[in-house]
Design a protein around this ligand. Sequence first.
Ligand code: AMP
Ligand code: ZN
Length: 489
Amino acid sequence: MQDQLIIYNTLSRTKEKFVPINPGMVGLYVCGPTVYSDVHLGNCRTFMSFDLIYRYLLHLNFKVRYVRNITDAGHLEGDRDEGDDKFAKKAKLEQLEPMEIVQKYSLGFHDVMREFNTLPPSIEPTATGHICEQIEMIKIIIEKGYAYIKNGTVYFDVEKYNREFSYGQLTNRKMDELLEGTRELSGQDEKNGRLDFALWIQAKPETLMKWPSPWGWGFPGWHIECSAMSSKYLGETFDIHGGGMDLQATHHTNEIAQSQACNHKAPVNYWMHTNMLTVNGVRMSKTAGNGFLPGELFTGDHPLLEKGYSPMAVRFFMLQTHYRSTLDFSNEALQASEKGYARLMTSIKTLENLKISDTSTSNIQELQNNCYNAMNDDFNSPILIANLFEGARIINSVNDSKETITADDLSVLKKTMHDFVFDVMGLRPENNNSATDKALQGVMEVILEIRKEIKAKKDFAASDKLRDDLNKINITIKDTKDGATWSVQ
Ligand code: AMP
Ligand code: ZN
């Protein structure tokens, strides 16, 4: 099965057969969060998309080393080489040490990832924990002639690099086009070229997070950390590098340039980019003010939210759209996902009590193949979900005695539903052990018993009314030859 996986590679702009460097093993690097504030739902979409990818690679029995970094230094406002340091600014605002900011928001990020049932990466390196590696890499880039020093700041020489390699391959843009999009250098600029970027930035007297280096006290530029940490843990060339689409043009383009200049090798075989979560068509971000937090989403405490949504309903909502398409947030879409998620979970419960027959009316093997085909085609989760809904339809039909299933097919169906719903999509049943759930179970047993007594007295009008009233609050009663059953729709 491992040899059937197809991945869309941003670098070639085509779908390619996935061939790992070492058979059976995958090196995966994903740019993690900048921990100077709470992660919003847009960030979560990217991390959930890579969680699906990681889970499916594991399901295919690949041995995966998944590295997702924490950016805890060097990220300046506006993602460029000027402006305030994001951590220092927030530290001043909250009257905390910059490392207290880092700790606070790293813990918050991990809590949110746990709520959404994402698997932790194999290694979670921090920029501040790898200053030596970054300095070493910068030294080599200078030695090889692709960087220059100005007043204690080290800049990458994009023009020089572009003469030997091609800068901007990831977005398929030539230097001239890229230059058009940047402003002229002013007299104050130290850079030689408009596209040059900082590898190391000289500390100002007020800079709090700074380290000694051959060029004086300073801190690393934003891009060098990912080049240094990915090559340290995955090698000079590794299999998959991922991140949000907004990182392609600058962060990842510069990562490729740094690594290629240092090692004279392309660092990554497959570049994968996730599309953005939008609200009314506008990208969710902290600056746009439309970036609500997972906590607000769970409680419903935000002007854009009609009510609260559970973490699994949100996860299901995210997976209903392919990772390369934009996903627009709306209350209606989330409410539809809530129902879809509940339908899937109910069918998995029903699966446990299905009766077997001598023949099957549906082709279960084909259903299983379709699930694999969907995921092998660049991790197509919406098609996977359509197939799982077909599985749910078969389960309900067999339960209603409209279709039949053999013992062998039933075990394939169980395995398919469990593998894809729990292991691959990372969904989990919610609240089914809570006191409220247990109470509901008890109440429904009492109601069904009362209804049985009403029916025994032939008061069918009353028993139908009871069924219809329950239906209005989304509880469905079904009369089978073995008695009545109930489910929440
Ligand atoms: P940051 O903490 O800003 O470095 O972002 C962490 C990750 O979230 C990056 O991979 C971004 O590309 C991604 N990201 C940011 N905004 C969105 C969004 N609206 N939708 C999806 N991913 C996003
Ligand atoms: Zn990165």
